[in-house]
Each structure stands twice: as C-alpha cells, then as structure tokens.
Design a protein around this ligand. Structure first.
Ligand code: KET
Length: 495
C-alpha cells in the first residue's frame, strides 16, 4: 500500500521556511514531491522512519544550496516535470516536457555539482585570470567609478534603441571611424542585449521586412545558440559546410559549394573572427572569394556575428577586417556586436546591432521598424553596461588602456595554447596537435570525442562541451598539466 501523501501546500510552506529563495524552492519542491509521489514505493524504502516531507525538504534544500554557490545558479533549476501545486486538480502544465539542457550552460551546471577540489571548467567561453578567477578589467572599474561619482545621472528609461552615443561609438569600433556608411548615414545601430539580443532582434527584423528569402545559412558547426535564435525569430535556418574534421581546418570547397547552391538573396551568417567553436577562420584570400560569391554571384545578405573583436589577434582593427571589407564595398550588411568578451561585460548584456544599407532614407525607415521589434520584446535596453562602454570608448586614455588589457587577455590565451601544445608533446600523446596553436580565439576545437570528453570529466574533473571544445580562456599554468594528463589518458583509453 502507498503511504498517505501529505497536503502539498503545507509541505511547500514548510520547505519554504528552510530555503534561501522561496520562489525557486517551492517550484523545486513541488517538482520533487510529484516525482516522489510517482515513486512512493521507492521513497518509502529509502528511509522508512523519516517522514516524507522532511526527507523532501532536506534533499531539496541541499540541492538548492549547492546550486546557489555559483554565479549561474538560477539557471540550473531543475524544471518541474508535472507540478500539481494549487487547486487540487491536475496542473494545466502537466504536459510540459523536460527541455534538453543547453549544451554550454549544462557544462557549468555539471561543474558546479562536481564536488572535486581539482575540478576545472573549460566549458563556457568566459575569460579567467591566471588564478582561475573572473576578470573585471581595470578600465571597467575606472569607468564605473566615474559613473557612480556623477550625481547628475538618473535611472530614466533609455530610448527604445538605447544610448545614441553608444550606437555611434560601437559602429565606429567595428567599422572604423572613417567608414563611408557612417558618414553617409546609411547605417542604423541599436543598443541590444549583448550579442544574442542583437542576433535575435536582427533575425526578427529580417523575418518581418527582408525582401529576399527568409532563410539564413549558418555554418554547420557553429555556436549552438544560432540554431535556436533564428528559427525563434521567424527565419528558416539551413547550414553550409564549414569545418573539416579530417584537416581540422576550413572546408573551404564545401562552404563555397553550399553557398553557391543557396537560393539567390538568402541571408548568410558569418563569424566576424575567431569562429566559435572551431577557431578556424578563412584566410584573407578566401574572404575575398567569399565576398565575391556573396555579393556578385548570389546577392546573399551577410549577417556578421562579432562576439570576439580584439580577442582573436589582440587587435581590434585586425579582427574587424572581414566586416570592414564587406561594408566598404557598399553592399548591405548586418552586424551583431557583443561587449561580453572584449570588455568582460558578460552579465551587463551590452551589444550593438547595425544594419548597413545603400540609402539614408531607407536607413531611417529601418530604424523605426527595428524599434518596433524591440519595443514589444523588452521595451528598451538597460543603462549601466552601455554607459560603461561609452565612458571607455569616449575617453582617449581609457580607450588606450582598454586596448592594452584586451591584448593582455588575448596574449594569455595564446600562451595557454603553447603551454598545452608543449605539454602534449612532452607526454608524446598520440595524434597531431598543431591545431591547438593554429586555431584562433577563445577556443580549441580539440577533436576529442564525446566518450573522451566524458572520460576526462569523470576521471580528471575537467568539464568541457561534449563536442570537444576547450575554452582556452579558462585554463592556466596550474591546470595545463592536469588537462594534458587527461587528454593523454583519454586518447590512450579510446585509441
Ligand atoms: N556569438 C557567438 C559566436 C558566441 O560565441 C557567443 C557567446 C555569442 C554570440 C553571444 O554572446 P553574448 O553573451 O550574448 O554577447 N558564446 C559563449 C557564451 C554563451 O554560450 O552564451 C560560449 O560559446 O561559451
């Protein structure tokens, strides 16, 4: 016989008093309760003497406390499978399916749950210092101090498209201050919620107003979120070949073939530099041919995702080269810029979406329609992060200091590439590892298999995405040997 199931609401109330975050916890507890109810016979056998509600409260609290340790705690909340809290009858959400975990945030969740003192997180693309700590740039600290000291600042809503000065400075940063499109007012720039928000707003604008096919070609290997952002925005997503696992380089022929086969006028998503996750960019000669195909042969519309300007080479200008080539040929282009990585403003959610067109009148009308995408989505963007960016980009001394700090981050990542390469060579790890030093940007696309990644997690407490992507920015001199040992063992284990 099943044990009587106690009143759900009183259980939730009781557990609430134990927890730090009542909202999260009551949801979570409901989920646990329902799950447990479904498995009552198993629950009873676990601890027959402890009342069910107490066990639930304890286990739920422990889980939440573990999750609350990390900065991304709230996103690791286990969704309720079939919550029945409330009016006694079954939930009208009972049909809701458990969503698959995000491949990148999921790594952080697994890392937070790993009790090992030597665990290493090489999942999310977020910069860490040599001490393994998140970095707030000195220029950002200085800008924050200036902003806080300025008592004339207020908390009014920003315009729908954000701070005008921010938009202008952002356009200059990516396109160069001498860009003709800026001088000719053929550009619309809106402050959006970091790179993701720019891609989403840009995608929805295209889905509503683009006169060409509402199809976006995305590299077959790419930042996984691209595959969700564009269909959610109303665009059909298709892929073009990009990466060749055999050469661990660009599948240039495949890419050109696929883009040539795309319907004329389709949109093509291009990584501006430091392609994520592969770290493989076209050469300048290849870019020129891609540009010819995009512009002259197929009239495709390029949409650049620029999440790593300055992170690839250490130079803001060099990393903007491809975008500038396209914009300066006079053709129409979209660019999504993120300040998450290059200014370390991850959680501030600062980015800029630019739509560059042929005619200033068209630009004005586009501006009104971009605003109409933003207004019902989140009304207007947040102030502080963009104010930090304005302070840094608008002040010569801070701008110069930023460039030095940015180069420092890029250089540390490059040095990690060399250290890891040398460590594998010293161990005579089977295979070729040149790609570790040849790839560009934040990530090494290692070529390690899913099984090898899993093995490295369980045996060495090294956490990375299952596609074998290593966030080099999360590595430091202390953890390189651990990673090299892990790779070496994994390669031998699954030869
Ligand atoms: N584009 C690319 C290519 C990219 O790698 C990211 C983030 C973004 C856009 C969006 O960044 P935002 O924080 O919205 O400005 N990539 C890292 C973080 C993440 O997955 O959210 C990553 O790949 O780990």
């Amino acid at each position: 016989m099943a044990a009587p199931f106690p009143n759900l609401q009183s259980l939730v109330d009781m557990t609430n008093s134990l927890h730090r975050d009542r909202m999260i916890e009551s949801l979570d507890t409901s989920a646990v309760l329902v799950k447990r109810k479904e498995n009552e016979h198993r629950v009873r056998s676990e601890s027959p003497t402890l009342p069910a509600f107490a066990r639930l409260a304890i286990s739920s609290r422990a889980r939440i406390e573990r999750r609350m340790e990390g900065p991304m705690a709230s996103i690791s909340l286990a969704p309720a499978p079939a919550a029945t809290a409330g009016c006694g009858s079954g939930s009208r959400f009972a049909h809701v399916q458990q969503a698959p975990e995000d491949p990148i945030y999921g790594v952080t969740n697994a890392f937070l749950k790993d009790p090992s003192p030597v665990k290493v997180n090489l999942g999310v693309g977020a910069y860490r210092t040599e001490e393994g700590k998140p970095l707030v740039l000195n220029v950002v600290r200085k800008a924050e101090e200036q902003l806080l000291a300025d008592k004339s600042r207020n908390k009014e809503y920003l315009p729908i498209s954000g701070i005008t000065h921010f938009s202008r400075l952002s356009a200059q940063l990516i396109l160069g201050s001498d860009c003709p499109a800026i001088a000719e007012k053929r550009i619309v720039t809106a402050q959006c919620l970091s790179g993701t928000g720019c891609l989403r707003v840009g995608g929805e604008f295209l889905a509503k107003h683009y006169s060409g096919p509402k199809i976006i070609y995305i590299p077959a290997t790419t930042w996984t979120n691209h595959f969700r952002i564009f269909p959610n925005a109303g665009m059909e997503a298709r892929t073009y070949r990009y990466y060749d696992p055999k050469t661990k380089g660009l599948d240039y022929e495949g890419m050109m073939e696929d883009l040539r086969a795309a319907p004329s006028g389709a949109v093509v998503l291009l990584h501006a530099c430091a392609h994520n996750p592969t770290g493989v960019d076209p050469t300048r000669e290849q870019w020129a041919e891609i540009q010819h195909l995009v512009r002259d042969e197929k009239q495709l519309l390029p949409f650049f995702d620029s999440a790593y300007q300055g992170f690839a080479s250490g130079s803001l200008d060099a990393d903007a080269w491809a975008v500038r080539q396209f914009v300066n040929d006079g053709g129409e282009t979209l660019v999504a810029q993120s300040y998450a990585k290059n200014m370390g403003l991850y959680g501030e959610r600062v980015g800029a979406l630019s739509v560059i067109v042929k005619d200033p009148d068209v630009a004005l009308r586009i501006e009104s329609q971009v605003n109409l995408v933003i207004r019902p989505m989140y009304s207007s963007p947040p102030t502080f992060g963009a104010a930090i960016v304005c302070t840094i980009l608008g002040n010569k001394a801070l701008y110069e200091e930023w460039k030095v700090e940015l180069k420092g981050m890029a250089d540390r990542i490059i040095s990690m590439r060399h250290q890891l390469f040398d460590a594998l060579k010293a161990r005579a790890t089977p295979g070729t590892w040149d790609h570790i030093v040849n790839q560009i940007g934040m990530f090494t696309y290692s070529g390690l298999s899913k099984e090898q990644v899993e093995y490295m997690k369980t045996e060495y407490h090294i956490h990375m995405t299952s596609d074998g992507r290593i966030s080099m920015a999360g590595l430091n001199t202390r953890t390189v040997p651990q990673l090299a040992d892990a790779i070496h063992a994994a390669v031998l284990q699954f030869a």
